[in-house]
Design a protein around this ligand. Structure first.
Ligand code: CA
Length: 225
């Protein structure tokens, strides 16, 4: 899961980043509202943790902007103590949840887990299901009933992305930005290589799940009927 953290209090931002990384999330951290909006508009995130009071552009404006652009990424707002009206405005503007500062990191992690369960079918132990397969990204294991196969990290990240998108097509550009980041010098055929690895492993498991190529668009998971 890739998380965007927009928080201008450096100590808090750094502490949260460390905790999220420790919990196997990929984190991009930015410290002002303009950078937050730029990053959020890329639509590569699974979750955005958004402070409200930010330099340059406030969190509520960022939220309104991204919802206006049709970006449905889950957003957790961070509010200062007692900012009740902010809380209400935030939820009206399309936030999925909010946390009042100061909060326990366990509380934040619980909210993240709850939101990711709502979005994809992330099970409590963090495995993801699609058709007859189960992916456990924490231990890079793909299984079907009693059979399983080890994945390398990029294969696991790619399959997780495809599962979480459910029936929506993932473009090569999206896959590259999610797996390698914006500035990566990655060729489109990198994606093809990992797709072919994954197809071999699905075939090895004799899974009913296939990765379909939509020519000129991208890839989508399907269950063979
Ligand atoms: Ca702030």
């Amino acid at each position: 899961m890739r998380i965007l953290l927009v928080e201008d209090e450096l100590h808090l931002a750094e502490a949260l980043t460390q905790i999220l990384i420790k919990n196997n999330f990929t984190v991009d951290s930015v410290y002002d509202g303009e950078a937050g909006l730029d990053n959020a508009l890329s639509n590569i995130y699974d979750l955005i943790i958004l402070d409200i009071m930010l330099p340059k552009l406030d969190g509520i404006s960022i939220l309104r902007n991204i919802r206006k652009e049709g970006i449905a990424t889950a957003v957790i707002l961070l509010t200062a103590r007692g900012e009740i009206s902010d809380k209400v405005i935030g939820l009206d503007s399309g936030a999925d949840d909010y946390l009042a500062k100061p909060f326990a990191t366990e509380e934040l992690l619980a909210r993240i887990r709850a939101l990711s369960r709502r979005k994809g079918e992330v099970l409590p132990d963090n495995t993801l299901k699609f058709g007859d397969i189960e992916l456990n990204p924490a231990i890079l294991k793909l299984s079907k009933e009693a059979r399983d196969v080890k994945l390398i990290l990029k294969e696991s990240e790619l399959l997780e992305l495809l599962i979480l998108r459910k029936n929506a097509v993932a473009s090569k550009e999206l896959i590259i930005e999610k797996l390698w980041g914006f500035d990566a010098e990655v060729e489109h055929n990198h994606v093809e290589v990992y797709i072919s690895f994954l197809r071999k492993k699905l075939a090895f498991l004799e899974s009913e799940v296939t990765i379909n190529t939509i020519r000129g668009v991208g890839y989508v998971l399907e269950v063979k009927s």
